[in-house]
Design a protein around this ligand. Structure first.
Ligand SMILES: [Zn+2]
Length: 492
């Protein structure tokens, strides 16, 4: 059983793992886009040292862009086989990939316009894919994987289990004559507002596990709820707009559900809530369709015909004109808009309109990479400097109150990861989807539990049941091999 990772090895984005079984069958687990700008995104144009047409199958763990976003490229390069996933993942993947194609094409047109003015049009790379490519890709989806049920994929026995990360997310138990392997995909925070905990995994010979937050602990859910509720009350008192940048999948539904609970219980005044993200509105349909997958309180509300994602004051904003009109609305209101790191999307024009007003509140519920607009705003707030940021080509002063709520993460923390491993027996543990420094900090935790742990090197094949590396680190792996600190939560 050999593994070669062409993404999410020593970084947290671009998940793509090639599994080669004895006898030569090849299965690709996830096929995600590199996100986070610069050098990382340049890797999306890389070719692979294998012919996509030779793959026996692709299996997706979940629908985040950093796990599915290179799939249309794989198809463009010749893959015509099946792409297995759970039914909710198939539903969300359509929304995610079509949005990604739209952003690719829009980004390309914008770059061409700029380059033309400098006579450098020929230097602009074409979009990775367009809508037509996505439709050809979606035709290959086989949403036949059901949680807890064993299926046969290219001669391999595959059992998906609930990963508790986002709707439809699965970890995979893969069994063949070679041994039993668990591929974790992204594992969930066991204190989620919507997802049940991951199913405890069985014993295995090897576990390939994500390590996004393997070096830290999240705040407990009740604390997060109290913090969010207090930030909202303070924001309502401040009297201005309350901006909540959010990712379209899972985070937006979690925030809407939480707002509804807090307003229904009277903890937070009923003020208007604008959901200004057509993609989040589309994704929410999948939460209705697959509501049985959610926490019992949410599932029961859905079964009773209620909408757990709709505070009574909710307005869903679809067109760009409607989005602009929100700014004419007087008085406090919540505006939930994408994208989560404020690097694009409708949140930008709301920030331009309101960030400079002292009555405005910005409630941050997602990770902000240091280089993103959100990261710059948070850094300015942390140093108590009244800073200025560039938004849509304009310098905007940051006078809004900034509240950062860290506990909404959809990823497992160190305790969650160790709890996941605790039922797997004595497997060889292979670390992926993490910064090198974070994985380094996690290795001694494994040693202390008598487990052998190794970091999966980028693009280099490893024998999952072999002896691994001494000390857990591939030779020559430098700390600066880490990415710029982007967290792959899936973009909007
Ligand atoms: Zn994910």
């Amino acid at each position: 059983m050999r593994l070669q990772s062409f993404g999410a090895a020593c970084t947290v984005t671009g998940s793509m793992h090639l599994l080669t079984l004895d006898g030569g069958r090849r299965i690709l687990i996830d096929c995600g886009l590199f996100q986070g700008g610069g050098d990382l995104e340049a890797r999306n144009h890389e070719t692979y040292p294998f012919d996509p047409a030779d793959l026996d199958a692709v299996i997706l763990t979940h629908a985040h862009l950093d796990h599915v976003g290179r799939l249309p490229l794989l198809v463009n390069r010749g893959y015509r086989g099946p792409v297995y996933c759970t039914p909710p993942t198939a539903a969300l993947a359509g929304t995610v990939l079509l949005d990604s194609a739209r952003l690719q094409v829009e980004g390309y047109r914008q770059q061409v316009r700029r380059a033309r003015r400098q006579d450098r049009e020929h230097e602009v790379l074409p979009p990775l894919y367009d809508e037509e490519d996505v439709h050809r890709t979606l035709a290959l989806l086989r949403p036949v994987l059901e949680f807890g049920q064993r299926s046969e994929v290219a001669g391999l026995r595959v059992t998906p289990q609930r990963a508790g990360h986002i709707l439809g997310s699965a970890y995979l138990l893969l069994e063949s004559a070679d041994g039993r392997l668990i591929m974790s995909g992204d594992l969930g925070n066991r204190e989620s507002g919507l997802q049940p905990d991951f199913t405890p995994p069985p014993q295995a010979d090897a576990v390939v596990i994500e390590t996004t937050y393997a070096n830290r602990s999240h705040r407990a859910w009740p604390g997060t709820l109290a913090e969010f509720s207090e930030a909202l009350r303070q924001s309502v008192r401040a009297g201005g707009k309350i901006l909540i940048p959010s990712f379209a999948i899972e985070r937006s539904q979690t925030i809407l559900h939480t707002l509804k609970r807090l307003m229904d219980s009277g903890e937070v005044p009923r003020i208007p809530v604008f959901l200004d993200s057509p993609m989040a509105a589309r994704a929410t349909h999948a939460y209705f369709e697959f509501g049985d997958e959610l926490l019992p309180e949410v599932r029961d509300a859905l079964r009773a015909g209620e909408d757990p994602f709709a505070p009574s004051t909710l307005h869903v904003v679809l067109t760009g004109d409607e989005s602009q009109r929100i700014n004419r609305y007087d008085g406090p209101a919540v505006i939930l808009a994408g994208n989560g790191m404020m690097t694009g999307g409708r949140i930008q024009h709301h920030l331009r309109h309101h960030l400079w007003k002292p009555g405005t509140s910005l409630i941050i519920v997602s990770y902000q990479s240091p280089s993103s607009l959100g990261g710059q705003i948070v850094a300015g707030a942390d140093t108590l400097q009244r800073n200025t940021v560039q938004i849509m080509g304009e310098d905007i002063a940051v006078r809004a109150q900034i509240h950062t709520i860290g506990g909404f993460s959809a990823h497992a923390d160190q305790d969650d990861l160790l709890a996941f491993l605790s039922s797997t027996g004595n497997p060889h543990v292979w670390l992926v989807h993490g910064e090198v420094a974070v994985m380094d900090a996690f290795l001694p935790q494994l040693t202390a539990r008598g487990l052998k742990g190794d970091i999966v090197p980028d693009c280099q094949e490893v024998d999952l049941l072999g002896s691994g590396f001494s000390g857990g680190r591939p030779p020559g792996l430098a700390l600066d091999a880490t990415s710029a600190g982007v967290q792959a939560e899936g973009g909007e």
